[in-house]
Design a protein around this ligand. Sequence first.
Ligand code: SF4
Length: 656
Amino acid sequence: MREVRTTCAYCGVGCGIRAEVTGERSVTIRGDAEHPANFGKLCSKGTHLGETVGLDGRLLHPMIGERRAGWDEAIGLVAGKMRDCIEQHGPDSVALYVSGQLLTEDYYAANKLMKGFVGSANIDTNSRLCMASAVAAHNRAFGEDVVPVTYQDLDEADLILLVGSNTAWCHPVIWQRIEAAREARGTKIVVIDPRRTETAEQADLHVPVKPDGDVGLFNALLSDMVRRGLADPIPAMGEHGLSPDVFAALADLVAAHPRMVTVFSMGANQSVAGSDKGNAIINLHLAMGRINAPGMGPFSMTGQPNAMGGREVGGLANMLACHLGFSEAEISDVSDFWQAPRMCSGPGLKAVDLFRAVHDGRVKFLWVMATNPAVSMPDAGFVREALARCETVVVSDVIADTDTAKFAQVRLPALAWGEKDGTVTNSERRISRQRALFDAPGEARSDWAIIGEVAKALGFAGFDWTSAADVFREYAAMTAVSVKHGKVLDLTDRAGLSDADYDAMEPFLWGGRHPMAGRAMALVPVEPRTRAVDPAFPLRLNTGRYRDQWHTMTRTGLSPTLAQHRREPLLEVHPDDAASARIIDGTLARVVTASGASAFRVLVTEAQGRGQVFVPMHWSDAMASGGRGNLLPDQSVDPVSGQPGFKNNACRIEPV
Ligand code: SF4
C-alpha cells in the first residue's frame, strides 16, 4: 500500500486528497487534513473518485479512424496536416480548443505552440464557458485577472452574498466552510438567485432576482449605500424588480456588515451581461472600501479544477501568457522569451466564434484536448455540424468514444487523473500538485508531451521538456515578463526548483492573501441589459449542474454511487407554468428554443420561479437516455468576454 498526496480531479475548490493505492487500479480516497483548501473534507464526487479509475472505455492507443496506429505515425499525420494547413491557408486556419481539465503544464505547452510557433492566437478553452466574464471584470477593475480574496476571507466574513451560485451542490466543500463560519461567528448567508436552490433553502435570506437582474440589483444596492453615507457616489442605474421588503432586508444586511464577501459563479458569468455583473459586484466592494482586508472582497468561484491555471498561462484566446495582453511591448517580450519564430499579432477567436469559423470553413484544422464540445457548447447541434464539416479534427482524450471523438480523424490517448503529474490552481490562486497514482496505461501520454512531440515534428525548437517539472520551471521563469509589465503574477522564485523540490511542492498561494492591496483599482460604471422577448418563446430557460455529476459525465458517469443522486435529467417547472402548458409531474415534456429541442422528465416544483424553467447540462448521446440541455441555449455571448449566455434563454415547453 502506498499513499500519494494529490488534488481532486473535479471542481475549482481544489481539495487536497490522500490516495492510498491498494492495487493495480484501485485506490482509497480521503481528504488531506493538511491541505489549506479543504482541511480533510471532500464532497461526494471527490470521495468516489476511486470508482472512476478503471480502464473500461479508455482510449489507450493512438487511432487513425478506427485503425490502431503507432505514435510516430499519428504524430507525423497531425503535424503534417497542421503544416499543410498553415502553408496553404495561413496560421489562422488552425485552432486548438482546450480545457480546464488540463494541467497547467499542458496548457502552457499548448499555448506556446499556438501563439509563438504556429503564429495564431486561435487557442481557446472551455473555461470560456465558465468564468471568462469574471476574467473580463477583473481585468477592467484591477488591470489583471486577479482574485483579490482567499478562502480564509470566507472564514472571517460576517456576511456572505452568494450570487448565481448553488454552492451547496457545485462547490460543496466551500459550502461546508461557509456553514462552519456561520456556526463559529454567526455569519449571515444571502443567496441571490432566480431559483430557490438547495443553497437558497439554507440561507438566511433568499433574494429571487429576475434572470439577468443582477446588475440592476447591485447598482440599486450601491445607490442605497450612497444614500446611507456608506459608499462613494458613482453613477449607477438601479432597477431590481424585487419586493421592497426583500430589497430592504438585503440592503440592511449589507449596511450592517463591513466584513462582506460576495461570491459569484456561473449564474452570474454565463450571461450576455456577465462581465457587467462582475463589475457591478466589484463596484459595490470598491465604493464601500470592502476589499483588501480580512473577511471582505468580491470572489469569483471558478468551476473547473484548473480554469485558473489556464488563465495564468494564457489558455484564453484574448490573453497572451502569464496574464499579459497584446500590446507591442508584451508581444515582443513574450516572443523574446520563447525565441518564437512566428508570434501571433493579436487576439484569436473565442469559443463560440471559433466554432463558427470551423462551421464556415475558415478554420480547417481543429485539435480538441480534454473536452467534449459536441455536448458542452451552447447550440450543440451547430457545433456537431461544424465538427462534421471540418477538414481535420484531432481529439486528445482519455475516453475512446465521446460525442466529440466521433468526429475525429485522429485520436490521441492522454493520461487521466491518477496517472498524470503536474500542477493546478484553484479558485483562491492556490497552486497544488496533482501526482500520479498509477503507471501510464496502454500507450497514453501526458498532454504536454504529446504537444511537444507535434511541435518537434513541425521542426520547432524549445519543446524538449522531459518532465512536467521542466515545463513548470519554464513557466515560472516566464513570469519575470509579467513582473516587468507590472503584474501581480510572480513565480520567479520557483524557476530554479529541482525535480525533487517540484515533486515535494506544498500547496501555495501566489500573490498572497490580498494581492490588490496598495495597487490601483477602477470603478467601472455598468448599466442593466436584458435579452429581447419573443412571444413564441414565453419562458426563460436556465441550465446548470447536479450535485453528483460533472460536466459531460465522462468520469462521474462511471460511478454507480454518484448515479443514485439523480438518475436522469429533469425539467424543473413552476406549478402554474406546468398547468398552462398542460404538463404533468413525472411525464415527459419537450423544451423548445430557437436553437433546438429536447425532451425531459418533468419535476413540478415551487422552487422554480414562475416563468422560468431549469434543465441540467450533463447528459450526452454517450449516456444513452436523457434530455440534452446544451442543444437548447443559443449562441448569444457577452460582448466583452465572449462567454455564452447559457442562462436566460427564451423557450417554450410542451407535452411529448
Ligand atoms: Fe473535488 Fe470540488 Fe468536491 Fe472538493 S468540492 S472534493 S475539489 S469536487
